[in-house]
Design a binder for this molecule. Sequence first.
Ligand code: NAD
Length: 331
Amino acid sequence: MHRVTMLEGDGIGVEICASLRKVFRAAEVNIQWDIYQTGEKHFEKHGELISDDCFNSLEKNKVGIKGPMTTPIGTGFRSANVFLRKKYDLFANVRPVKSLGKIDSKFENIDITIFRENTEDLYQGIEEMEDENTAKSIKIITRKGSERIAKEAFEFAKKNNIEKVTVVTKANIMKFTDGLFLEVAREVAKNYPGIKLEEVLVDNMAMQLVMYPERYKLILTENLYGDILSDLCAGLVGGLGLIPGANIGKDIAIFEPVHGSAPDIAGKNIANPTALILSGCLMLEYLGEIEAATRIKNAVDKTLSDKNNFTRDLGGNKSTEEFTDAIISNL
Ligand code: NAD
């Protein structure tokens, strides 16, 4: 029996977490959930986004799954998501983007995994107003941070017989920071003679991905570029409601969908729970429960192969609950 900490999050978080638990229960997966309310609702009651009990549970269980948490723009409030990644040094953000079922999208057979460095770059939040007309933000890239994400990406390529790793930077302009990230990727690549390192600048990468996405299998990149490119890739296969993610550290891992709390559709029972359910499958694979992960992924794919099951974001009219029940009937 695995024990997993669940952070329900904001907006659609509670609805999609309920859907995940229902599917996992029906699949008879050996998991006991320790469930915590987190985010805005918890903040209103207790003045904190995540309780100490929740942190303690994460530290004990070592594995967590979370719904999205809202980050108000332009306030003093820093992102609880970024905070968690920093607190537990969850340095690798892994986002597999795959074509699913019969979803209408511009491309077929997309299978791209993004390895995004998760703790450095402009996301460290080192910002200040120099004077009232000048804002400053500091970008930090370290050899250690670049090396561990590069190794993680190359190890994944080796394990999955991927012949090419595409490293994405803007090293022609940011010669020190992006230059270091690229230099380290080149050094790490030398230890993997069977795998080619392809170097692409981020602006060109954005264009390549919308024209020839089938040319890419594994993207290795920094924090900000990885965040933007993974939303772009989500658009290639049918939208944000479909893409799972893993935040992996040395001791602790937290799994979460790529999308945010979707306040525009929260509480309406229309959110697509696929991204969170597939994040749960990444978690099962991490826990060694490969058979259960495959069974659930196949049920999701089968469900998405029938357009009658589609939720609103995919052009259908099924509710979150109806979609969840369809997955269960396909298990
Ligand atoms: P968002 O991902 O919440 O929503 C963007 C659009 O996609 C919206 O129209 C939304 O309805 C739709 N959408 C997203 N997920 C969906 C799903 N599962 N099913 C159907 N439609 C879905 O992005 P946003 O509006 O920019 O952000 C909202 C809040 O979420 C912000 O406070 C942001 O900071 C936060 N956020 C949190 C995380 C996280 O917790 N890791 C990630 C991204 C954004």
